[in-house]
Design a protein around this ligand. Sequence first.
Ligand code: PAF
Length: 283
Amino acid sequence: MRIVSTIAEARGAVRALRTNGRSIGLVPTMGALHAGHVSLVRAAREQCDAVVVSIFVNPTQFGPNEDFAKYPRTWDADCALLESEGVDLILAPIATEMYPAGASTFVEVEGVSDRLDGASRPGHFRGVSTVVAKLFHIVSPDKAFFGQKDAAQVAVLRKMVRDLNFDLELVVCPTVREADGLALSSRNRYLSVEERRQALVLSRALQRVEERVAQGVLDAATLIDDALAVLASEPGIRLDYFKVVDPDTLEDVADVRNSALAAIAVFVGPTRLIDNAVIAPPR
Ligand code: PAF
């Protein structure tokens, strides 16, 4: 496994990996890797000839009062894990090369970037789409792998790939959960034992909505009320949003006669957690 940190080295390393028409899978990450990331790497290994993982805690996707400074950085453990997963190349770009002094060019996917997490975290998706566009330009992957847990990010990036004609396939892998339902997230490391218990209310609320849809309840307002009732059972958390939206546009839907996304964000103590479920009427 090779590790590179400059864009020139990355381009050279990717060129070498691509010999004889080998395909390249890219897994963009911010490090602090967990089993969710491993599932992306394994999907990339199954679907592509060579796997590149980027590790970059991207400053432009954090708001001024967010956790950029304290975001977990676990470099040695991440490298060991990726080595054991047979990754070919780690790209850990240098911040000043990704954003050279005076850089003022950003990628903004209008509309969809202002919904769900984009509404709560202004500028977040501009940072995500800008850094992912840069990684796509540097690596030119055939496929890029993202987790369904970040469903709004997926909607933004899908639209970016389409609107800017990136020649790649975006592959979305299922959310990986702990046995008790908690969706894996690098930010779970912030949770105390009590907060981790409280955080289970996210998956409980989504499960309730899934059960109600399975019973034939398709009205979004009723489903939201059901979810809010579950969330109210855990007074320690603070709701950011619970919404039922179109998975592509992230706009509210009135009912789930077509497939929809039930998406939730809450603060557990100071930690903001998200989760979601794709819901569709029973056949
Ligand atoms: O999902 C993440 O970890 C980040 O948003 C990403 C896609 C690596 C961009 O920094």
